[in-house]
Design a protein around this ligand. Sequence first.
Ligand SMILES: [Zn+2]
Length: 323
Amino acid sequence: MLAAACQASPPTYEVELCDDTVRADSPFLATHVAGMLSRTRGQVQQLVPGSREEPVEVWLQEELQLYRFRRGSYEHADGFWAEEAGRIHLRTEARHLERTLVHELVHSSLGEVWSLLPGTLEEGVCDWVSASVCPHSSAQLRAGRLSAACFGLGALEIELELRSAAPRGREEVIGSYASVLLEGGIEPPITPNEVFELEAGRSNSGLSGPRKKALYGLAFFLVDRIASRGAGLEPLYELCLKARAEGLSKVPTGWLLEAAELEGLESLEWKPGLAEAFSGAELAELVAMYPDFLGSAIDRLPIPARAATGQEELRFSMRVNPR
Ligand SMILES: [Zn+2]
């Protein structure tokens, strides 16, 4: 009762939606988020095997707060799931409100057996569903998570190659390269085993912002690699069920590596897969994320004399190498 008495006070306006409730300090925002909730809830249930369908309450807050007198632990977050209260808290000014709502909705929907996923993997599951349910911000989420994973392991190199779009539609590599090396600045670098050992999703994890982000990135990479093989989250769920049946408290790391077709826990064994995970849409997002770096790299590219006359159209192709 004391804990309940110390809870932050609920926002003023309330919209009820079947069994769910959305509260905000403006009726517009409450209705807006209720709309998001009704659009996305069913899709989350569909994508998450073994999900629970319990009523959920969503609070929009200017400053994220669960208890009235304790602030600060959610400073860098845009939302969180308060399991005991059965409530999702979202920051009013969150950059990607719908994406954050879906991420927290997944936390709230995961049945008990999912708690057998070790370390930070649950965050990867939430982000994977979020990227699937919110396609308009999917490439941005993927590019952000995958580049954070590269920064965690060391650095991210973006290689540019100049091609000429020759007449008759044949592309020719002119052979000029430029590369940009973006350093992660995470010291010491993260080793892949940490994603299975550290719970970066906990507000009291004690991890620095960049380390936390990198662990979210690696968890996303792993879950995406397993889920993209065609069966979605089903294989991961099966591993949780199998671990439970064998009386284990967590899904063993070896099972997860096998499901993701990763050789082992050395950074070198994860980097080629990470490079592959960047498709055209994610590369385009990288250009948007680092326009100045890439612009200056393009300026440094030596342009062959025959192309400089304007008779040939030039194109750039990009490749990502985690370093
Ligand atoms: Zn989360």
